[in-house]
Design a protein. Structure first.
Length: 416
């Protein structure tokens, strides 16, 4: 740990700059969160990383990898950390359970709830737990308790919690989180629905949970009893790093994989919507909950460079699927502007039909939902809830819950 005056001044300046940028991004919206970020020395939680990287607002740093080199623990990007803290609306004296430990975020929470509050940071990995304890001690936050345990079962010691803040990608909401939540409590969780993850704020509404806000986010997946693997179906090519083109799907769906593989090699149908978008986060969620059969088309550079698929697949393009036919989102620049028009590329025997269906969804989004925020209503019901008692919307089946995503601003609700 460096303690020279020059080093302290440099760290303070880097934090001030990070806070300024996070305000510009509108990630920081409150003075309390700004003060917390300005106070906590983030570099002490990534002692081996260059400070310039540590204090970049959108940079996540890998803390641990598994035997295959896959990241299992991260110091998340400050941008998403402060977004979730703003969603949580923490106040002095609150009792907070953080699910997924690293130390830095727990220190921020500790600043926000103050000495009268309680912070427990829970992680399944003993190595991560020990590392978080060391970093918190070095940074002067020994009042934070770091506990080892499986997130599936929460942490009963200290419950009920005013806030449960989850910092790992969750496929479901286990009963322990709701059972250990205070009556007016709030869960902030990176929730995976149909292959897309959003940081969702959930509060109790009678016998279920309802969303108050959500934002795009990305986290390493949950470990332990609540872990759920993503299925990546190869559509073209193969190698040590996976297929050249793959389809990521969540729930069981009727898929003609052999037909889709053949269709990908056939001539593509292109349709343009006449609609441009600055951000596609909401649009992608709309497509995912409007399509009866849905996946995310992902490709490596070789497949993109060869022209087999569009560049939009590099980060994952939402795909609408019908049998052996499928369509996915793409974009093209609007000449003379900095805007991009959204369109569709489709393959398969029903390419024309599925492309037209996708374009209609794009236009409906633009007409009904583009300027609404948040556009979707996400409700989480117990798994035993009969379908007849669920509201209209796309039902996403989980182990413990049934999630219903609806769009109040849309003229026609999504089919179930």
């Amino acid at each position: 740990m460096t303690t020279t005056r020059g080093a302290v001044d440099e760290a303070n300046a880097l934090r001030e700059n990070m806070v300024r940028k996070l305000r510009q991004y509108r990630a920081i919206r409150s003075e309390s969160v700004a003060r917390a970020v300005q106070t906590v020395p983030r570099h002490l939680f990534a002692p081996d990383a260059p400070w310039e990287s540590v204090y970049k607002p959108n940079t996540a740093l890998v803390v641990k990898r598994d035997e295959q080199g896959v990241a299992t623990s991260l110091l998340s990007a400050a941008h998403i950390q402060v977004t979730m803290l703003e969603q949580a609306e923490l106040e002095p004296g609150m009792r907070v359970l953080e699910v997924g430990s690293g130390g830095y975020n727990a220190a921020l929470i500790s600043e926000l709830v103050g000495e009268s509050g309680t912070v427990v940071s829970l992680d399944i990995d003993a190595e991560v737990v020990e590392r978080a304890r060391r970093c918190l001690k070095t940074a002067g936050y020994e009042r934070v308790t770091v506990a080892q345990g499986d997130a599936e079962y929460g942490h009963a010691d200290g419950a009920p919690w005013d806030r449960v803040i989850v910092t790992a990608g969750a496929w479901d909401i286990p009963p322990s989180w709701t059972g250990q939540l205070a009556p007016e409590g709030r869960i902030v969780v990176p929730l995976r629905m149909r292959g897309l993850t959003r940081s969702v704020v959930l509060e109790a509404a009678g016998d279920h949970l309802v969303s108050r806000d959500y934002h795009l986010c990305s986290f390493v997946p949950m470990q332990g009893a609540g872990a759920r693997d993503r299925h990546l179906i190869p559509l073209a090519g193969s190698g040590p790093e996976g297929p050249e083109v793959g389809l990521r799907v969540e729930e069981e769906q009727p898929l003609d994989v052999a037909g889709m593989r053949e269709a990908l090699r056939e001539r593509a149908v292109r349709r343009w919507s006449g609609v441009d978008f600055d951000q596609v986060d909401e649009l992608d969620l709309w497509i995912s909950t409007s399509a009866s059969v849905f996946g995310v088309l992902i490709a490596r550079a070789q497949a993109i460079d060869s022209g087999l698929v569009a560049r939009s697949t590099a980060r994952g393009a939402p795909a609408l699927i019908r049998g052996a036919s499928f369509a996915y989102r793409t974009a093209r620049p609007v000449e003379g502007t900095e805007r991009y028009e959204t369109g569709v590329i489709a393959h398969g025997p029903e390419a024309e039909t599925v492309a037209d269906e996708y374009v209609e969804l794009l236009r409906r989004w633009n007409r009904d939902l583009r300027d609404t925020r948040p556009g979707a209503r996400i409700e989480v019901f117990p798994a035993t809830t009969p379908t007849s008692e669920l509201p209209e919307g796309r039902i996403v089946e989980k182990s413990h819950t049934r999630i219903v995503v609806s769009w109040p601003g849309a003229q026609n609700p999504a089919p179930r």
